[in-house]
Write a protein that binds this ligand. Structure first.
Ligand code: SAM
Length: 267
């Protein structure tokens, strides 16, 4: 694990209530995760998400994963849990506008203590968001608590790769991204096992290093005006953002950061 103890949920909420969150959506689209729809389809296939099932998206943001699961996987009902009120509000608006409100419910809560009933859900889902969660052990315990026996916990996340990151690199990466900590696949597996789940699949999607240049290209070659508008035409800040994203790209190329994909089953 690599940690940035100065980063807390309030810092993450500030990101997703303001300009930084808008910038991520500009670069990535409504699905704020590496690989967009392709990544969601891969995760759903690996997890065997079934038509008519009921699931929970931990850190659902404005509901892109919820809508994907209902529309593409024909899931009967999704509950989205997120701790940023602005994202919940935006998600409710989008879901209503797209006519999906009867199949999607939002809950404003910390995923480490979400308050949903025990053993009711077929799966818990997460896409590139659990890196923002401070207490990952509590979050995994919570996911295992609400899923049925035989149910799945399926997620992608920004994880530590096979090559060690130095503490200096970790401090720079986590501080820029507002991640309180990041885990390796092995650390996630151990939390899952401690919560009575067995990991069926843990892999590197291989997507990270190829996606970052796409976002950098958009920032530098196509969406420069739009990005500058979001950050109040602060060109110095824009240059800093590009520099930090290039730094993250160098970490990915060195195998220090990956998009990990894990599917576990509740025993
Ligand atoms: C990158 S976005 C999620 C993207 C989304 N999964 C998708 O694929 O479009 C991260 C989200 O995590 C939420 N979040 C971070 N920490 C949280 C916590 N402890 N509890 C609930 N939500 C949290 C933030 O509010 C934000 O909306």
């Amino acid at each position: 694990m690599k940690s940035a103890p100065q980063i807390h949920l309030s810092n993450v909420q500030a990101v997703y209530s303001g300009a930084e969150g808008k910038l991520w959506e500009l670069l990535m689209g409504e699905q704020i995760h590496l690989g967009g729809l392709q990544s969601s389809l891969e995760l759903a296939r690996c997890a065997g998400i079934a038509e008519g099932s009921r699931g929970v998206d931990f850190c659902c943001c404005a509901g892109a994963g919820l809508k994907f699961l209902v529309q593409f996987q024909k899931v009967a009902h999704m509950t989205g849990v997120d701790a940023t009120p602005a994202m919940i509000q935006l998600g409710r608006q989008r879901v209503a506008a797209e006519g999906l409100a009867d199949k999607i419910t939002f809950v404003e809560a910390n995923v480490s203590d979400c308050g949903l009933p025990p053993g009711q859900f077929d799966f818990v889902w997460g896409e590139d968001a659990w890196c923002y969660v401070e207490d990952k052990r509590a979050m995994i315990t919570e996911a295992a608590r609400i899923v049925k026996a035989g149910g799945k916990i399926a997620f992608t996340d920004w994880m530590l790769g096979p090559t060690d990151m130095t503490d200096t690199e970790a401090a720079r990466y986590l501080t820029f991204m507002k991640f309180p900590n990041v885990l390796s696949q092995a650390e996630y597996r151990s939390h899952l096992e401690a919560s009575g789940c067995s990991a069926q699949l843990a892999q590197d999607t291989g997507r990270f290093a190829s996606q970052m240049p796409l976002y950098l290209d958009m920032l530098e070659k196509q969406l420069t005006y739009d990005a500058l508008k979001i950050i109040g035409f602060d060109t110095a800040l824009a240059a800093e953002l590009v520099g930090e994203m290039k730094f993250i790209q160098s970490l990915a190329q060195a195998g220090k950061v990956i998009q990990g994909l894990i599917v576990a089953e509740k025993c």
